[in-house]
Design a protein around this ligand. Structure first.
Ligand SMILES: C[S@@+](CC[C@H](N)C(=O)[O-])C[C@H]1O[C@@H](n2cnc3c(N)ncnc32)[C@H](O)[C@@H]1O
Length: 389
């Protein structure tokens, strides 16, 4: 129980290591005070209502887990002792299959045998007193409940995944572009650039539109996971799930959405086919009517306002060839310098490409990853207080 008398619950939100600070600041803005950052995630403690809000509202989290137990774990014996303390029927339902995922994140932990860890958890669940029999261990089942063990520095945090499908899967993606950003990375870029929706935004290399769609969600104060269907979060399949509280939180978030943008969001691409992919996704995401689409070469773009945020995920060499890519980056630098002087600029490009190719003076550089590719976010132009960094 917290001081206010409201029962608190413990959770872990995970994300790529590079964006832990962004995720932490999102949790802070949900007024979650009890937080602890760690490698690839943030531990947090809050009441159930706030936790439900976090599931629908976090823009940069990959997954969320409910913490079930914490114990010392240096051997299989200590794992067994920790597992003996867990009352599984308080968490799992008999009819819902489960799987077990050990995340052994330091050298010492890696000496433990993953298969033996999984077997110990399975034994512990199968020997628990479930009225209708224990749930089945079946990693091949459709969307099994995932039991995750984070083992580090001799400590184990055992959690149950409550997201289900990874949280970047918002449900609006239309296929048809070969180099899409993850929705969570697009949101991280916008939050790192300090975007709140109160200035014009332009993505002139929009591809499938990920950045502009995430920007619309931020600007409209719209929860990114609000359109997930009923029973889509694993959370909804655990014992103790409070359906009426979940509905209350969802309704509050829907009511908190702005009716209009404060400033325009524009997106364009040189390839008309990609602009149509972006439009289709925006429609599914229910933000199409807020966005202004066009087909254009960035070299021909003329800003409609003196200030704004220009965000670009630049194309990479592999796709357009070595010397062409260098010429394009030089063009991009020149157009920004000549026409976007009053704008703030956020550019995402591979780490291996020298900043000098753009010829711009960079205010801040943030190392990120786009899948397996190391990339950097360059923040250029007029400074603004950023959410992070
Ligand atoms: C890396 S992709 C952007 C992907 C996008 N962020 C997404 O999530 O789908 C780069 C895009 O830049 C576009 N592009 C390349 N050269 C361009 C130019 N000169 N002007 C405008 N768009 C260009 C490509 O067609 C491609 O869609």
């Amino acid at each position: 129980m917290s001081e206010s008398g409201i029962a608190s619950s413990q959770w872990i939100a995970t994300c790529p290591h590079e964006t832990v600070d962004v995720l932490d600041s999102e949790l802070e803005s949900l007024r979650i005070h009890n937080r602890n950052k760690f490698y690839r995630g943030v531990f947090f403690e809050c009441d159930l209502e706030t936790a439900y809000r976090a599931h629908l509202l976090l823009r940069t989290a990959s997954r969320i887990q409910r913490v079930v137990a914490k114990f010392k774990m240096t051997s299989l014996e200590s794992l067994q002792a920790g597992l003996n303390e867990i009352t599984w029927p308080d968490w799992l339902r008999s009819h819902r299959p489960f799987q077990v995922s050990p995340a052994l994140t330091d050298e010492h932990a890696q000496e433990l045998d993953s298969e033996q860890i999984v077997a110990a958890v399975v034994r512990s669940i199968e020997s628990s007193a479930f009225k209708a029999g224990p749930p089945k261990f079946n990693p091949e089942a459709k969307e099994p409940i995932n039991i995750v063990l984070f083992v580090r520095d001799g400590n184990c945090v055992l959690g149950i995944d409550t997201a289900g499908r990874a949280l970047h899967k918002r449900g609006w993606r239309t296929n048809g572009h070969p180099a899409v950003l993850k929705e969570t990375l697009a949101a991280s870029i916008l939050l790192l650039a300090g975007y709140t929706g109160d200035e014009p935004l332009l993505d002139p290399m929009c591809g499938s539109g990920t950045i502009a769609i995430e920007a619309a969600y931020i600007a409209l104060n719209k929860a990114p996971l609000i359109h997930r269907g009923k029973d889509d979060f694993s959370l909804e399949h655990l014992v103790g799930f409070d359906r009426s509280l979940w509905r209350k939180v969802s309704d509050q978030l829907r009511a908190g959405k702005r009716a209009e943008l404060l400033a325009p969001i524009r997106l364009s691409d040189i390839n008309a086919k990609y602009v149509e992919v972006a439009r289709a996704s925006a429609k599914k995401a229910r933000v199409e009517k807020y966005l202004e689409f066009s087909v254009a070469r960035f070299q021909d773009c003329v800003p409609k306002t003196e200030h704004g945020l220009l965000v670009m995920n630049l194309p990479y060499g592999e796709r357009i060839g070595g010397s062409a890519v260098r010429a394009l980056y030089a063009d991009v630098g020149r157009v920004i310098e000549n026409r976007f002087r009053g704008w703030r600029v956020a550019l995402l490009l591979p780490t291996e490409i020298p900043d000098a190719w753009l010829g711009l003076s960079v205010n801040q550089k943030v190392a990120l990853r786009n899948g397996a590719l190391p990339v950097k976010l360059l923040l250029v132009g007029r400074k603004r207080e950023r959410l992070v960094g």
